[in-house]
Write a protein that binds this ligand. Structure first.
Ligand SMILES: Cc1ncc(COP(=O)(O)O)c(C=O)c1O
Length: 451
Protein backbone atom coordinates (compact mmCIF):
# COMPACT_ATOMS: atom_id res chain seq x y z
CA UNK A 1 0.00 0.00 0.00
CA UNK A 2 1.42 3.37 -0.94
CA UNK A 3 1.94 5.78 1.91
CA UNK A 4 1.22 9.45 1.60
CA UNK A 5 4.82 10.24 2.49
CA UNK A 6 6.37 8.65 -0.58
CA UNK A 7 3.82 9.95 -3.05
CA UNK A 8 4.83 12.63 -5.49
CA UNK A 9 2.52 15.41 -4.42
CA UNK A 10 1.28 17.91 -6.90
CA UNK A 11 2.93 21.24 -7.02
CA UNK A 12 1.96 24.26 -9.04
CA UNK A 13 -1.32 24.17 -10.91
CA UNK A 14 -4.43 22.53 -9.48
CA UNK A 15 -5.70 21.38 -12.84
CA UNK A 16 -3.99 19.87 -15.84
CA UNK A 17 -4.77 20.48 -19.53
CA UNK A 18 -6.54 17.14 -19.99
CA UNK A 19 -9.01 17.88 -17.17
CA UNK A 20 -9.72 21.25 -18.74
CA UNK A 21 -10.29 19.63 -22.16
CA UNK A 22 -12.62 17.05 -20.55
CA UNK A 23 -14.60 19.79 -18.83
CA UNK A 24 -15.01 21.67 -22.10
CA UNK A 25 -16.01 18.51 -23.98
CA UNK A 26 -18.47 17.59 -21.25
CA UNK A 27 -19.97 21.10 -21.13
CA UNK A 28 -21.25 20.62 -24.68
CA UNK A 29 -23.22 17.49 -23.77
CA UNK A 30 -24.38 18.21 -20.22
CA UNK A 31 -25.36 21.41 -18.43
CA UNK A 32 -22.58 22.41 -16.04
CA UNK A 33 -19.92 20.19 -17.57
CA UNK A 34 -20.22 17.27 -15.20
CA UNK A 35 -23.08 15.00 -14.27
CA UNK A 36 -23.42 15.90 -10.57
CA UNK A 37 -23.62 19.22 -8.76
CA UNK A 38 -21.84 18.22 -5.56
CA UNK A 39 -18.32 17.56 -6.93
CA UNK A 40 -18.27 20.82 -8.89
CA UNK A 41 -16.11 23.75 -7.84
CA UNK A 42 -14.79 26.62 -9.94
CA UNK A 43 -13.08 26.64 -12.33
CA UNK A 44 -13.84 22.90 -12.57
CA UNK A 45 -12.77 19.68 -10.84
CA UNK A 46 -10.02 17.41 -12.15
CA UNK A 47 -11.38 14.40 -14.04
CA UNK A 48 -10.59 11.05 -12.46
CA UNK A 49 -8.90 8.32 -14.50
CA UNK A 50 -8.48 5.62 -11.86
CA UNK A 51 -8.35 4.96 -8.15
CA UNK A 52 -6.57 2.57 -5.85
CA UNK A 53 -6.81 2.56 -2.06
CA UNK A 54 -6.91 6.15 -0.84
CA UNK A 55 -5.45 7.49 -4.09
CA UNK A 56 -7.00 8.84 -7.27
CA UNK A 57 -5.04 9.41 -10.46
CA UNK A 58 -6.56 12.11 -12.62
CA UNK A 59 -6.55 12.22 -16.42
CA UNK A 60 -3.39 14.36 -16.31
CA UNK A 61 -1.60 11.72 -14.27
CA UNK A 62 -1.71 13.72 -11.02
CA UNK A 63 -2.05 11.69 -7.86
CA UNK A 64 -4.57 12.85 -5.29
CA UNK A 65 -5.00 11.60 -1.72
CA UNK A 66 -8.76 11.09 -1.47
CA UNK A 67 -10.67 12.14 1.66
CA UNK A 68 -13.99 12.50 -0.19
CA UNK A 69 -14.35 8.77 -0.98
CA UNK A 70 -17.15 9.36 -3.44
CA UNK A 71 -19.02 11.30 -0.77
CA UNK A 72 -18.15 8.92 2.05
CA UNK A 73 -19.37 5.75 0.30
CA UNK A 74 -15.97 4.05 -0.21
CA UNK A 75 -15.07 3.05 3.31
CA UNK A 76 -12.24 0.86 1.96
CA UNK A 77 -11.11 3.36 -0.65
CA UNK A 78 -10.93 2.67 -4.38
CA UNK A 79 -10.71 -0.73 -6.08
CA UNK A 80 -10.64 -2.58 -2.77
CA UNK A 81 -9.35 -6.06 -3.80
CA UNK A 82 -12.08 -8.13 -2.03
CA UNK A 83 -14.77 -5.97 -3.68
CA UNK A 84 -13.11 -6.23 -7.09
CA UNK A 85 -12.78 -10.03 -6.72
CA UNK A 86 -16.45 -10.33 -5.70
CA UNK A 87 -17.45 -8.23 -8.70
CA UNK A 88 -15.40 -10.33 -11.11
CA UNK A 89 -16.93 -13.52 -9.73
CA UNK A 90 -20.44 -12.08 -10.12
CA UNK A 91 -20.02 -10.34 -13.47
CA UNK A 92 -19.56 -13.46 -15.55
CA UNK A 93 -22.95 -14.73 -14.40
CA UNK A 94 -24.86 -11.65 -15.59
CA UNK A 95 -25.59 -8.19 -14.22
CA UNK A 96 -29.32 -8.02 -13.49
CA UNK A 97 -32.39 -10.22 -13.84
CA UNK A 98 -36.12 -9.76 -13.68
CA UNK A 99 -35.90 -12.46 -11.01
CA UNK A 100 -34.58 -12.29 -7.45
CA UNK A 101 -31.09 -13.66 -6.75
CA UNK A 102 -29.62 -15.27 -3.61
CA UNK A 103 -27.16 -12.36 -3.37
CA UNK A 104 -29.89 -9.99 -2.11
CA UNK A 105 -30.72 -12.32 0.76
CA UNK A 106 -27.05 -12.63 1.66
CA UNK A 107 -26.49 -8.86 1.95
CA UNK A 108 -29.78 -8.36 3.81
CA UNK A 109 -28.76 -11.07 6.28
CA UNK A 110 -25.36 -9.46 6.78
CA UNK A 111 -27.02 -6.14 7.66
CA UNK A 112 -29.55 -7.80 9.95
CA UNK A 113 -26.87 -9.85 11.75
CA UNK A 114 -25.03 -6.64 12.63
CA UNK A 115 -28.16 -4.90 13.92
CA UNK A 116 -30.83 -7.14 15.43
CA UNK A 117 -33.34 -4.26 15.32
CA UNK A 118 -33.11 -4.36 11.52
CA UNK A 119 -35.07 -7.60 11.22
CA UNK A 120 -35.92 -7.09 7.58
CA UNK A 121 -34.38 -5.19 4.68
CA UNK A 122 -35.42 -3.90 1.25
CA UNK A 123 -32.81 -2.55 -1.13
CA UNK A 124 -32.99 0.51 -3.34
CA UNK A 125 -30.59 2.24 -5.73
CA UNK A 126 -29.68 5.31 -3.69
CA UNK A 127 -30.00 6.91 -0.30
CA UNK A 128 -32.55 9.29 -1.83
CA UNK A 129 -34.77 6.37 -2.77
CA UNK A 130 -34.31 4.73 0.62
CA UNK A 131 -35.42 7.87 2.47
CA UNK A 132 -38.34 8.37 0.07
CA UNK A 133 -39.59 4.81 0.57
CA UNK A 134 -39.18 5.08 4.34
CA UNK A 135 -41.31 8.24 4.32
CA UNK A 136 -43.94 6.60 2.12
CA UNK A 137 -43.96 3.58 4.42
CA UNK A 138 -44.46 5.78 7.48
CA UNK A 139 -47.39 7.53 5.82
CA UNK A 140 -48.96 4.19 4.88
CA UNK A 141 -48.45 2.68 8.34
CA UNK A 142 -49.88 5.66 10.24
CA UNK A 143 -52.39 6.93 7.70
CA UNK A 144 -51.05 10.47 8.27
CA UNK A 145 -49.59 12.85 5.67
CA UNK A 146 -46.94 14.97 7.41
CA UNK A 147 -43.29 14.45 8.28
CA UNK A 148 -41.02 16.40 10.61
CA UNK A 149 -37.33 16.94 9.88
CA UNK A 150 -34.52 18.98 11.38
CA UNK A 151 -33.59 22.38 10.02
CA UNK A 152 -30.91 22.20 7.34
CA UNK A 153 -30.64 18.40 7.36
CA UNK A 154 -29.83 16.79 4.01
CA UNK A 155 -31.67 13.56 3.22
CA UNK A 156 -31.45 13.35 -0.59
CA UNK A 157 -33.62 14.80 -3.34
CA UNK A 158 -37.23 13.85 -2.45
CA UNK A 159 -39.27 17.10 -2.45
CA UNK A 160 -40.49 16.73 1.13
CA UNK A 161 -37.13 16.05 2.73
CA UNK A 162 -35.52 18.96 0.88
CA UNK A 163 -37.61 21.44 2.87
CA UNK A 164 -35.43 23.94 4.80
CA UNK A 165 -32.25 22.58 3.24
CA UNK A 166 -30.84 26.00 2.51
CA UNK A 167 -32.95 28.31 4.61
CA UNK A 168 -31.16 31.44 5.72
CA UNK A 169 -31.48 34.28 8.21
CA UNK A 170 -33.78 36.02 5.71
CA UNK A 171 -36.43 33.30 5.85
CA UNK A 172 -35.78 30.79 8.67
CA UNK A 173 -37.99 32.47 11.29
CA UNK A 174 -37.40 32.73 15.03
CA UNK A 175 -37.05 29.81 17.43
CA UNK A 176 -39.74 27.95 15.50
CA UNK A 177 -38.16 27.26 12.09
CA UNK A 178 -40.12 28.04 8.93
CA UNK A 179 -40.76 25.37 6.31
CA UNK A 180 -38.80 26.80 3.39
CA UNK A 181 -39.06 25.16 -0.04
CA UNK A 182 -35.80 24.22 -1.74
CA UNK A 183 -36.01 23.48 -5.48
CA UNK A 184 -37.60 26.21 -7.54
CA UNK A 185 -41.09 25.18 -8.60
CA UNK A 186 -41.75 22.79 -5.71
CA UNK A 187 -45.50 23.01 -4.95
CA UNK A 188 -46.19 25.12 -1.86
CA UNK A 189 -48.36 22.25 -0.56
CA UNK A 190 -45.08 20.40 0.12
CA UNK A 191 -44.06 22.97 2.75
CA UNK A 192 -47.44 22.56 4.45
CA UNK A 193 -46.74 18.84 4.95
CA UNK A 194 -43.30 19.29 6.51
CA UNK A 195 -42.67 20.42 10.06
CA UNK A 196 -39.15 21.77 10.66
CA UNK A 197 -37.51 21.21 14.04
CA UNK A 198 -34.52 22.90 15.74
CA UNK A 199 -31.57 20.52 16.25
CA UNK A 200 -30.67 21.64 19.78
CA UNK A 201 -33.96 22.65 21.41
CA UNK A 202 -35.82 19.66 22.88
CA UNK A 203 -38.66 21.71 24.38
CA UNK A 204 -39.55 23.34 21.07
CA UNK A 205 -39.29 19.94 19.33
CA UNK A 206 -41.72 18.35 21.76
CA UNK A 207 -44.08 21.30 21.63
CA UNK A 208 -44.14 21.30 17.81
CA UNK A 209 -44.51 17.54 17.50
CA UNK A 210 -47.37 17.64 20.04
CA UNK A 211 -49.09 20.44 18.14
CA UNK A 212 -49.07 18.39 14.89
CA UNK A 213 -49.44 14.92 16.41
CA UNK A 214 -52.62 13.97 14.57
CA UNK A 215 -51.08 14.68 11.17
CA UNK A 216 -47.50 13.49 11.68
CA UNK A 217 -46.47 10.15 10.16
CA UNK A 218 -42.77 10.34 10.95
CA UNK A 219 -39.95 12.33 12.45
CA UNK A 220 -36.92 11.99 10.20
CA UNK A 221 -33.59 12.18 12.01
CA UNK A 222 -30.02 12.12 10.76
CA UNK A 223 -28.14 11.32 13.95
CA UNK A 224 -25.04 13.06 12.57
CA UNK A 225 -26.24 15.86 10.34
CA UNK A 226 -23.48 17.10 8.05
CA UNK A 227 -25.14 20.53 8.13
CA UNK A 228 -24.70 20.58 11.90
CA UNK A 229 -20.98 19.92 12.00
CA UNK A 230 -21.24 16.11 11.86
CA UNK A 231 -21.59 15.89 15.63
CA UNK A 232 -24.17 13.58 17.19
CA UNK A 233 -27.59 14.85 18.18
CA UNK A 234 -27.62 15.68 21.91
CA UNK A 235 -29.03 12.96 24.18
CA UNK A 236 -31.73 15.21 25.66
CA UNK A 237 -33.00 16.08 22.15
CA UNK A 238 -32.86 12.45 21.06
CA UNK A 239 -34.76 11.28 24.16
CA UNK A 240 -37.34 14.05 23.88
CA UNK A 241 -38.03 13.31 20.20
CA UNK A 242 -38.11 9.56 20.72
CA UNK A 243 -40.50 9.84 23.68
CA UNK A 244 -42.80 12.20 21.78
CA UNK A 245 -42.87 9.79 18.82
CA UNK A 246 -43.79 6.89 21.11
CA UNK A 247 -46.47 8.88 22.91
CA UNK A 248 -48.23 9.96 19.72
CA UNK A 249 -47.69 6.85 17.58
CA UNK A 250 -45.40 8.73 15.19
CA UNK A 251 -42.68 6.68 13.47
CA UNK A 252 -39.06 7.53 14.16
CA UNK A 253 -37.22 7.21 10.83
CA UNK A 254 -33.45 7.30 11.16
CA UNK A 255 -31.39 8.32 8.14
CA UNK A 256 -28.14 6.40 8.54
CA UNK A 257 -27.11 6.77 4.91
CA UNK A 258 -23.90 8.48 6.07
CA UNK A 259 -23.66 7.61 9.77
CA UNK A 260 -24.01 3.81 9.48
CA UNK A 261 -20.22 3.47 9.26
CA UNK A 262 -19.75 4.93 12.76
CA UNK A 263 -20.57 1.72 14.60
CA UNK A 264 -20.46 -1.97 13.74
CA UNK A 265 -24.13 -2.20 14.70
CA UNK A 266 -25.02 1.05 12.97
CA UNK A 267 -25.57 4.55 14.34
CA UNK A 268 -28.90 3.71 16.03
CA UNK A 269 -27.18 1.25 18.36
CA UNK A 270 -24.28 3.59 19.00
CA UNK A 271 -26.49 6.50 20.02
CA UNK A 272 -29.33 4.60 21.67
CA UNK A 273 -32.04 5.24 19.09
CA UNK A 274 -34.85 2.73 18.69
CA UNK A 275 -35.97 3.62 15.19
CA UNK A 276 -39.08 2.26 13.52
CA UNK A 277 -37.43 2.41 10.12
CA UNK A 278 -33.86 3.07 9.02
CA UNK A 279 -32.62 4.36 5.66
CA UNK A 280 -29.19 3.09 4.62
CA UNK A 281 -26.93 3.69 1.63
CA UNK A 282 -23.31 4.55 0.75
CA UNK A 283 -20.96 1.97 2.32
CA UNK A 284 -23.41 -0.94 2.16
CA UNK A 285 -22.99 -0.98 -1.64
CA UNK A 286 -19.21 -1.43 -1.56
CA UNK A 287 -18.86 1.46 -4.03
CA UNK A 288 -21.83 0.64 -6.26
CA UNK A 289 -25.20 2.48 -6.28
CA UNK A 290 -27.29 1.44 -3.30
CA UNK A 291 -29.90 2.28 -0.71
CA UNK A 292 -31.88 0.22 1.79
CA UNK A 293 -34.90 0.52 4.03
CA UNK A 294 -34.68 -1.68 7.12
CA UNK A 295 -36.45 -2.16 10.40
CA UNK A 296 -38.67 -4.35 12.54
CA UNK A 297 -40.69 -6.88 10.54
CA UNK A 298 -44.01 -5.40 11.73
CA UNK A 299 -43.23 -2.12 9.94
CA UNK A 300 -41.47 -3.65 6.94
CA UNK A 301 -44.66 -5.66 6.27
CA UNK A 302 -45.96 -2.51 4.58
CA UNK A 303 -43.89 -3.56 1.54
CA UNK A 304 -45.17 -7.15 1.44
CA UNK A 305 -46.47 -7.74 -2.08
CA UNK A 306 -47.47 -11.39 -1.68
CA UNK A 307 -50.98 -11.06 -0.27
CA UNK A 308 -52.70 -8.25 -2.13
CA UNK A 309 -51.68 -4.86 -3.44
CA UNK A 310 -48.99 -3.76 -0.97
CA UNK A 311 -49.59 -0.64 1.07
CA UNK A 312 -46.42 0.72 -0.51
CA UNK A 313 -45.36 -0.73 -3.80
CA UNK A 314 -41.58 -0.84 -3.79
CA UNK A 315 -39.31 -1.83 -6.66
CA UNK A 316 -36.92 -0.39 -9.21
CA UNK A 317 -35.39 -1.91 -12.32
CA UNK A 318 -31.91 -2.19 -10.82
CA UNK A 319 -32.91 -2.69 -7.19
CA UNK A 320 -30.88 -5.44 -5.49
CA UNK A 321 -28.84 -6.11 -8.63
CA UNK A 322 -26.27 -8.84 -7.97
CA UNK A 323 -23.25 -6.63 -8.61
CA UNK A 324 -24.20 -4.15 -5.90
CA UNK A 325 -25.15 -6.99 -3.56
CA UNK A 326 -21.81 -8.79 -4.04
CA UNK A 327 -19.77 -5.59 -3.66
CA UNK A 328 -21.71 -4.57 -0.56
CA UNK A 329 -21.27 -7.96 1.08
CA UNK A 330 -17.52 -7.95 0.49
CA UNK A 331 -17.21 -4.39 1.85
CA UNK A 332 -19.24 -5.12 4.98
CA UNK A 333 -17.42 -8.42 5.63
CA UNK A 334 -14.17 -6.45 5.80
CA UNK A 335 -15.62 -3.66 7.89
CA UNK A 336 -15.66 -5.67 11.09
CA UNK A 337 -15.58 -4.41 14.66
CA UNK A 338 -11.81 -4.01 14.64
CA UNK A 339 -11.88 -2.06 11.35
CA UNK A 340 -14.65 0.23 12.61
CA UNK A 341 -12.75 0.92 15.85
CA UNK A 342 -9.48 1.56 14.01
CA UNK A 343 -11.04 3.99 11.55
CA UNK A 344 -12.86 5.88 14.31
CA UNK A 345 -9.60 6.13 16.26
CA UNK A 346 -7.80 7.50 13.17
CA UNK A 347 -10.54 10.11 12.82
CA UNK A 348 -10.20 11.12 16.44
CA UNK A 349 -6.45 11.44 16.02
CA UNK A 350 -6.86 13.56 12.90
CA UNK A 351 -9.30 15.93 14.61
CA UNK A 352 -6.93 16.18 17.59
CA UNK A 353 -3.96 17.02 15.38
CA UNK A 354 -5.99 19.58 13.46
CA UNK A 355 -7.31 21.24 16.62
CA UNK A 356 -3.78 21.45 18.05
CA UNK A 357 -2.37 22.79 14.77
CA UNK A 358 -5.07 25.47 14.43
CA UNK A 359 -4.66 26.51 18.08
CA UNK A 360 -0.85 26.64 17.84
CA UNK A 361 -1.11 29.09 14.94
CA UNK A 362 -3.97 31.09 16.44
CA UNK A 363 -6.18 30.53 13.38
CA UNK A 364 -9.86 31.47 13.56
CA UNK A 365 -11.15 28.02 12.69
CA UNK A 366 -12.32 24.78 14.28
CA UNK A 367 -12.66 21.20 13.19
CA UNK A 368 -15.71 19.17 14.10
CA UNK A 369 -16.84 15.64 13.36
CA UNK A 370 -17.24 12.19 14.84
CA UNK A 371 -15.69 8.81 14.13
CA UNK A 372 -14.04 8.86 10.72
CA UNK A 373 -15.66 12.17 9.66
CA UNK A 374 -14.28 15.68 9.89
CA UNK A 375 -15.53 19.11 8.91
CA UNK A 376 -13.91 22.54 8.98
CA UNK A 377 -15.56 25.75 10.17
CA UNK A 378 -13.90 29.12 9.95
CA UNK A 379 -15.27 30.34 13.26
CA UNK A 380 -14.48 29.63 16.88
CA UNK A 381 -17.97 30.10 18.43
CA UNK A 382 -19.64 26.87 19.55
CA UNK A 383 -21.75 25.13 16.89
CA UNK A 384 -24.96 23.52 18.05
CA UNK A 385 -27.42 23.74 15.16
CA UNK A 386 -27.79 24.55 11.46
CA UNK A 387 -27.87 28.29 12.12
CA UNK A 388 -24.67 28.42 14.15
CA UNK A 389 -22.94 26.06 11.69
CA UNK A 390 -23.80 28.14 8.62
CA UNK A 391 -20.75 29.86 7.11
CA UNK A 392 -20.82 33.60 6.40
CA UNK A 393 -20.19 34.62 2.80
CA UNK A 394 -16.56 35.50 3.51
CA UNK A 395 -16.12 32.13 5.25
CA UNK A 396 -17.61 30.37 2.20
CA UNK A 397 -15.10 32.13 -0.06
CA UNK A 398 -12.24 31.18 2.28
CA UNK A 399 -13.40 27.54 2.52
CA UNK A 400 -13.35 27.36 -1.28
CA UNK A 401 -9.78 28.73 -1.27
CA UNK A 402 -8.68 26.23 1.38
CA UNK A 403 -10.22 23.42 -0.66
CA UNK A 404 -8.25 24.53 -3.73
CA UNK A 405 -5.04 25.05 -1.74
CA UNK A 406 -5.33 21.48 -0.48
CA UNK A 407 -5.96 20.14 -3.95
CA UNK A 408 -2.88 21.98 -5.12
CA UNK A 409 -0.93 19.96 -2.57
CA UNK A 410 -2.64 16.75 -3.73
CA UNK A 411 -5.43 16.30 -1.16
CA UNK A 412 -9.10 15.99 -2.12
CA UNK A 413 -11.78 16.89 0.41
CA UNK A 414 -15.43 17.75 -0.20
CA UNK A 415 -15.68 21.36 -1.45
CA UNK A 416 -17.18 22.48 1.91
CA UNK A 417 -13.96 21.21 3.57
CA UNK A 418 -15.44 18.08 5.11
CA UNK A 419 -14.15 14.58 4.60
CA UNK A 420 -14.08 10.97 5.67
CA UNK A 421 -11.24 8.53 6.20
CA UNK A 422 -10.97 5.12 4.58
CA UNK A 423 -9.43 1.88 5.86
CA UNK A 424 -6.29 1.98 3.66
CA UNK A 425 -5.15 5.16 5.46
CA UNK A 426 -2.39 4.98 8.04
CA UNK A 427 -1.36 7.06 11.05
CA UNK A 428 1.40 8.63 8.97
CA UNK A 429 -1.11 9.60 6.30
CA UNK A 430 -3.20 11.31 8.96
CA UNK A 431 -0.23 13.30 10.25
CA UNK A 432 0.71 14.50 6.77
CA UNK A 433 -2.92 15.38 6.02
CA UNK A 434 -3.29 17.36 9.26
CA UNK A 435 -0.12 19.28 8.50
CA UNK A 436 -1.26 20.12 4.97
CA UNK A 437 -4.67 21.22 6.22
CA UNK A 438 -3.29 23.61 8.83
CA UNK A 439 -0.85 25.02 6.26
CA UNK A 440 -3.70 25.59 3.81
CA UNK A 441 -5.84 27.35 6.44
CA UNK A 442 -2.90 29.53 7.47
CA UNK A 443 -2.05 30.40 3.88
CA UNK A 444 -5.60 31.53 3.13
CA UNK A 445 -5.92 33.39 6.45
CA UNK A 446 -2.73 35.35 5.76
CA UNK A 447 -3.74 36.27 2.23
CA UNK A 448 -7.48 36.90 2.63
CA UNK A 449 -8.72 36.70 6.23
CA UNK A 450 -12.40 35.91 6.75
CA UNK A 451 -14.97 37.43 9.07
C1 LIG B 1 -27.78 11.82 5.25
C2 LIG B 1 -28.03 11.53 3.81
N1 LIG B 1 -29.20 10.97 3.45
C3 LIG B 1 -29.47 10.67 2.16
C4 LIG B 1 -28.55 10.92 1.17
C5 LIG B 1 -28.89 10.60 -0.26
O1 LIG B 1 -28.11 9.54 -0.70
P1 LIG B 1 -27.81 9.33 -2.28
O2 LIG B 1 -26.84 10.39 -2.67
O3 LIG B 1 -27.27 7.94 -2.37
O4 LIG B 1 -29.12 9.49 -2.97
C6 LIG B 1 -27.33 11.49 1.51
C7 LIG B 1 -26.32 11.76 0.45
O5 LIG B 1 -25.26 12.29 0.68
C8 LIG B 1 -27.06 11.83 2.85
O6 LIG B 1 -25.93 12.44 3.21
Amino acid sequence: MQSITNAGHNSGEVLGPKSRAEFERSGRITPGGSMRAAPFFPPHPPYAASGSGCWITDVDGRRIFDCANNFFSLVHGHAFPPVIEALHRTLDAGTAFSLPTPSETALAQAISRRSPRLEQVRFANSGTEAVMFAVKAARAITGRPMIAKFEGAYHGAYDYVEVSLDSSAQNWGDTVPNSVLYAKGTPTSVAAEVLVLPFDDPQTCVELIGRHRDRLAAVLVDPLSSRVAMVPMRKDVRDAVQDACREYGILLVLDEVVSYRLGYHGAHELYGFEPDLVALGKIIGGGLPVGAIAGPAKHMAVFDHTKSKPAVSHGGTFTANPLTMAAGLAALDHYDEAAVARLNRLGERLRGLLADGLAAKGLRAQVSGTGSFFRFHLKTDPISNFRTALATSSQKVALAKIHLALLKQGFLVVPNCSGALSTPMSDTDIEVLAHAFVDAVQHVWENSPWE
